[in-house]
Design a protein around this ligand. Structure first.
Ligand code: MTE
Ligand code: MO
Length: 251
């Protein structure tokens, strides 16, 4: 999608958000089943209106994709915490023993190896990763569309959320089914044509280009399909709302 189209989408969105707010948006959002898990937090009402407006107006829009000459020279790797001993063992073994388990409300719970994920038909896209702290980069991401993985394990039609975890403690996130099924949401294994570097989330990471960087969980090893987020962490959909950031980080 070109820049022009993006602008139009954004303008429609702002108008739409104002409209939703003006119409007693919270009630409308409730009627549509569009209440985010952190709606009870400090910024919960604003977060609900943003989420509901985006879902009603931009459900199927695509994150902007860039040209090859716009790719950043150096992808910025955030979070340089020293990897755990367990992670270092995986790294030393070339991630041959790494498993991404997909469980919860699925017909066929599965533990995928990195090779299994690479066997799915892949999608490549040049997108922008933006951190809430202000920096960003553009890179080519390649991976298996999450949607295809979900089809393979067979998702219960009553499921509403995808919750995903890192081997790093305290890093987990969740997205709704619209984002999970969106064609640009990938289980990424490759960046700029090479296996994901350790600092960038090796061997597998979630890539959600329609939302801020914190939704793109690195070192991902578990996905749970659920109909309720209450039982995960403090029930707010991720750790971010505890620190004052919104669960929904649409851009
Ligand atoms: N496991 C894990 N995932 C993570 C993080 C992290 O520290 N650990 N940081 C998040 C944040 S806040 C951002 S902005 C992006 C940064 O991605 P990058 O390292 O590719 O720049 O990863 C997200 N995923
Ligand atoms: Mo971030």
């Amino acid at each position: 999608m070109g820049a022009q189209m993006n602008k139009i989408t954004r303008r429609t969105l702002i108008g739409g958000a104002a409209g939703v707010a003006g119409l007693g948006g919270y009630r409308l959002a409730q009627q549509q089943g569009l209440i985010p898990p952190d709606s009870g937090c400090l910024y919960g009402t604003g977060s609900t209106l943003t989420y509901a407006a985006q879902r009603l107006l931009t459900k199927n829009t695509m994150a902007r994709e860039f040209r090859r000459d716009q790719i950043s020279k150096v992808p910025f790797a955030n979070g340089t915490a020293k990897p755990s001993a367990e992670y270092q063992r995986h790294q030393a073994a070339g991630f041959a023993e790494w498993r991404l388990t997909v469980e919860g409300m699925v017909a066929r719970p599965t533990a995928f190896s990195v090779a299994d994920i690479k066997r799915f038909a892949s999608r490549s896209q040049i997108t922008h990763l933006a951190c809430e702290e202000g920096w960003s980069y553009i890179a080519v991401w390649t991976g298996a569309p999450l949607s295809n993985i979900l089809d393979q394990v067979g998702v219960d039609p009553k499921a509403k959320w995808i919750v995903y975890f890192s081997i790093e403690p305290d890093w987990w996130e969740s997205i709704d089914m619209d984002d999970a099924r969106h064609p640009q949401t990938l289980v990424a294994h490759t960046l700029n044509g090479a296996d994901l570097a350790v600092g960038l989330g090796a061997p597998l990471r979630m890539r959600v280009p329609r939302q801020l960087g914190y939704k793109s969980i690195k070192f991902m090893n578990r996905i749970v399909v659920a109909d309720n987020l209450k039982h995960f962490g403090k029930g707010l959909g991720s750790n971010e709302p505890e620190g004052g950031y919104s669960w929904y980080a649409g851009i």
